[in-house]
Design a protein around this ligand. Sequence first.
Ligand code: PMT
Length: 220
Amino acid sequence: TRTLKWKGKKVLISAGPTREPIDAVRYFSNYSSGKMGYELAKAAVREGAEVHLVTGPTTLEDPDNVKTYQVTTAEEMFNKISELYPAMDIVIKSAAVADYRPVVQTDRKMKKQDGNLFIELERTKDILKYLGEQKGHQYLVGFAAETDHVKAYGKEKLYKKNLDAIIINDVSNKEIGFQSDFNEVIFLTKDGVEQTISKSKKEVIAKQLITFIENEIRKD
Ligand code: PMT
């Protein structure tokens, strides 16, 4: 029998996109499918962890033996995650949270008008930054979705958001990242550990990442 490395550990994973309503029938969002986060949740369960998955809208089935919380907006995701955070041991933030939301959200469907339409956007809360500021005993892992200067920008987020590690992926490559069953990532820790996982199924990447995180936690 396999030893369950994360038995007794509480793991929080975020996944999927957020949707920021414009009016009754329209929203602002991104292409995240949730696959990367759901695979991480499954991989953590395999190691015996108690897994809490906070997810934006996806078409995926709730994974077995995972406490799944469905949210829609960045604000709802912030509320659920900040409520769960104090009790968690390991947090992995793979959600693609919208950075902006419409300032005005109307309950009715907007009427067409002549000329161009301008929608004013305001910043949403940076959930990961908040978690970094509130960090106690948790091992905090962020994601960085970059299209250029991939490693440098990813590294910047690691320090700026007070993370223990960051998982960087290049989302300019259509064969990996958003929506694909595949990804290719760099795992970087604040202590300078660097591991690259070349193009593989997200399921394989997730298992590998859990092993890397496990190795780091064991050092602490
Ligand atoms: O869902 P899939 O289709 O499987 O695709 C996977 C993925 C490409 C979405 C995933 O691998 C990934 O890169 N997730 C992070 C996407 C993202 O929003 O990256 P970012 O570089 O914009 O944000 C950096 C980090 O801050 C992320 O951990 C993000 O969750 C967090 N963040 C961002 C904005 C915000 N308001 N709050 C946050 O917590």
